[in-house]
Design a protein. Structure first.
Length: 276
């Protein structure tokens, strides 16, 4: 007996639907035309061409390899489809000034940069000045804002606060026979004047603290000479002699003072007096 021809050919199994076997799924990036019937059986040797969906690309560009082939019950897959990085390859539609590109599997996103918000299909500038973020004046810029100040004011290091623009205080004249203790204030300085022991201010001097405002000291604003500290006896005698004569007198230095404080040699003719 001669066996039938079919009995001499080894049996070759067919393949189940690729979706059933998990060869292809919606996340594979593969575009392929298959039967909608998941129970459909593919014969051994069946070849189904495929391509990649948008956002994916093949790992090879050699033609003829993008096939799914049934081999004795097992699907043989050609080169896989991998994610296309539109950001690194410059294929995205993101506006680089207003947004940045963020790759996702099979696609990409364009999140807005700081200072922009997504409105009506694109990233638009936020006008931060509407929220009054500055101490005085605000200028809106693309993606940011800048604070600035009114005339005669200066923007501080915090880029927010405005303070008055003051002129620098000139150096205070030297106080002979005395000391000046100074401290800075807003927009100027204050100096407390004090004479050494045995010296004091003359009646013409203003012993109040010298205050500098916008670059001008008190004695300058009052159009007066800078205070001086004089010898105790000389000033006292000038003052006493003035009271006695009823005039403003300068007795000079033609007199002597002994160890007991007694004065001698003082003559009225030595005094230079002018009416008050």
């Amino acid at each position: 007996n001669v066996p039938e021809l079919n009995s001499l050919i080894p049996f070759q199994k067919g393949c189940r639907h690729p979706f059933v076997d998990g060869i292809i799924d919606e996340d594979s990036g593969i575009a392929i035309e298959l039967s909608e019937d998941l129970n459909f059986q593919y014969l051994h040797g069946s070849v189904v061409p495929y391509s990649c969906t948008d956002g994916f690309r093949m790992t090879t560009t050699v033609p003829g390899l993008a096939n799914l082939e049934c081999m004795n019950g097992i699907w043989s897959l050609g080169p896989p489809c991998i994610d296309l990085d539109e950001c690194s390859e410059g294929l995205s539609g993101c506006d680089p000034l207003r947004s940045f590109c963020q790759n996702t599997r099979g696609s990409y996103e364009c999140p807005c940069r700081d200072g922009y918000q997504y409105t009506t299909g694109k990233c638009r500038d936020i006008n931060e000045c509407l929220a009054l973020p500055c101490h005085q004046l605000c200028q809106n810029n693309f993606g940011t804002y800048q604070c600035y100040c009114k005339e005669n004011f200066v923007l501080q290091n915090d880029s927010y606060t405005c303070k008055p623009r003051y002129k620098a205080c000139p150096e205070l004249p030297e106080l002979y026979n005395g000391t000046a203790t100074c401290r800075d204030t807003i927009g100027g300085s204050v100096c407390d004047l004090e004479c050494y022991e045995g010296y004091f201010f003359t009646v013409e001097d203003d012993p109040t603290p010298q205050i500098c405002i916008d670059g001008t000291w008190s004695y300058q604003r009052l159009d007066m000479p800078f205070p001086t500290c004089e010898d105790l006896f000389a000033v006292s005698l000038d003052f006493l002699f003035s009271l006695e004569t009823g005039e403003d007198c300068d007795i000079g230095s033609n007199y002597d003072v002994n160890i007991f404080g007694e004065i001698s040699g003082l003559e009225e003719s030595d005094a230079e007096c002018v009416p008050f």
